[in-house]
Design a protein around this ligand. Structure first.
Ligand SMILES: Cc1ncc(COP(=O)(O)O)c(C=O)c1O
Ligand SMILES: [Zn+2]
Length: 397
């Protein structure tokens, strides 16, 4: 990795098309939409030939040219990314589905894929001189921000629902963050953060309310392409809360297509939510371009208890453009699948990952999936952060 390699050019708004300078410290577009980073992809393709990737270190920073950090001295990293793509050893055999794979994001620093987004966002914040960072979170994003803020020497404040599993609170405290617990959902936490930012000097890292977390998460898409030798799988099954994982990967596939890296079609994206909180699934089924907030959201998968997502229209757009679908799973199926992942595949994963595997089973039974297809189920986080929840669930399995 050397300096000045980034081919990032400007920030742009996918709604009103306004452009912004990369040197600006900014949250949303003036029209209220999330902002995305644009790249000179022809230049990136020249500077980063596909064949060269293998010789680079296996972290998310290997895709340096399509990442927004301008100067390497600002990279704040714990070597996130480079996670395993595991062919299913047992579930695929039992289900007569040889093309089932798991992308194991639980091995990232701080135990989830959120490390990718927050390493990137903190690096850019450092580059732009931001010193005080705040986030509303269901847990994993808070752990990740607290760790990277600690590494960067930033002051960090985390706002979480009071039901957030205890391990998230403990690790945030160990990383030196201050914590505020809110009686409500992540949406209520978002309001507390917005209010605090209007009165005090904090920079908010709320999902898609700053442009760089998605740039970290998109590296899951680059990595997957590389692991499949640039012929992407047929279907990706992804648990969706705020949606940056899914939107990020879809952005990565579009970028790689422009760079001429891909052979064959892009995958169909399946967005998975829980029945007790499924605003994206409802909007998808009703053919709507954006989602109504979900009343009284209920699920033990904290990362999926997101009643309203600022990037809802981008999630729905990605799912529809890809020819995919949005599906909801029951709490019971999710917990059974979480158990199945640990007991059959050896991965002790978060309930959100269980939701994705439960969706695989449902789609297979519904005849949506076919035995000759390649399907990747994303295991987005570790089960260790959900020990209390998973211990309770053991009694009902
Ligand atoms: C383990 C896990 N999986 C999935 C999600 C949902 O991710 P996103 O908000 O990017 O849709 C979260 C969010 O907190 C999470 O912690
Ligand atoms: Zn705009």
């Amino acid at each position: 990795m050397s300096s000045d390699k980034s081919a990032a050019t400007y920030l742009h708004c996918p709604k009103c098309k306004e452009r912004y300078d990369l040197r600006q410290v900014i949250n949303l577009c003036k029209c209220g939409s999330p902002l995305l980073v644009a790249y000179d992809l022809m230049l990136a393709a020249q500077m980063m030939p596909r064949e060269q990737l293998r010789s680079r270190l296996p972290t998310m920073w290997k895709y340096r040219e399509v990442l927004p950090v301008q100067d390497d001295v600002n990279v704040v990293s714990l070597d996130e990314g480079g996670t395993p793509l595991l062919p299913s050893r047992r579930i695929g055999t039992v289900r007569r589905f040889p093309g089932l794979y798991f992308k194991d994001e639980s091995v990232n620093p701080t135990g989830s894929f959120k490390a990718r987004g927050l390493a990137m966002a903190v690096s850019r914040a450092k580059e732009l001189g931001v010193g005080r960072v705040i986030i509303p979170t269901a847990g994993n994003a808070g752990s990740a921000l607290a760790a990277y803020a600690a590494l960067a020497g930033m002051k960090c404040h985390i706002v979480m629902p009071k039901e957030t599993p205890t391990p998230f609170l403990v690790d945030c405290r160990y990383h030196g963050a201050t914590i505020e617990l809110v009686d409500g959902t992540i949406a209520d936490c978002g309001r507390v953060v917005a209010d605090k930012c209007s009165r005090e000097d904090w920079f908010s890292f709320a999902t898609l309310k700053e442009p760089y977390r998605i740039e970290g998460k998109k590296t899951m898409g680059y990595e997957l392409a590389e692991q499949f030798e640039f012929e992407l799988p047929d279907i990706i099954i992804y648990p969706t809360g705020g949606g940056t994982g899914l939107i990020g990967m879809w952005k990565a596939f579009a970028e790689m297509e422009t760079m001429g890296w891909l052979t064959g079609a892009k995958p169909r994206m399946i967005s998975v939510q829980c029945r007790g909180c499924a605003p994206i699934v409802r909007a998808f089924e009703q053919g709507k371009a954006s989602a109504e907030p979900w009343d009284n959201p209920q699920t033990v998968a904290a990362g999926l208890r997101v009643p309203a997502a600022v990037g809802d229209f981008l999630i729905l757009q990605a799912v529809r453009e890809s020819g995919g679908a949005a599906v909801a799973v029951s709490e019971e199926d999710m917990l059974k699948a979480t158990f199945e992942l640990a007991s059959k595949e050896g991965v002790f994963a978060a309930p959100e990952a269980g939701a994705a595997l439960a969706a695989f089973h449902n789609l297979l039974e519904a005849g949506y999936l076919h035995g000759n297809e390649k399907v990747v189920v994303f295991l987005t986080g570790s089960g260790y952060k959900y020990l209390d929840t998973l211990e309770k669930a053991l009694n009902s399995l």
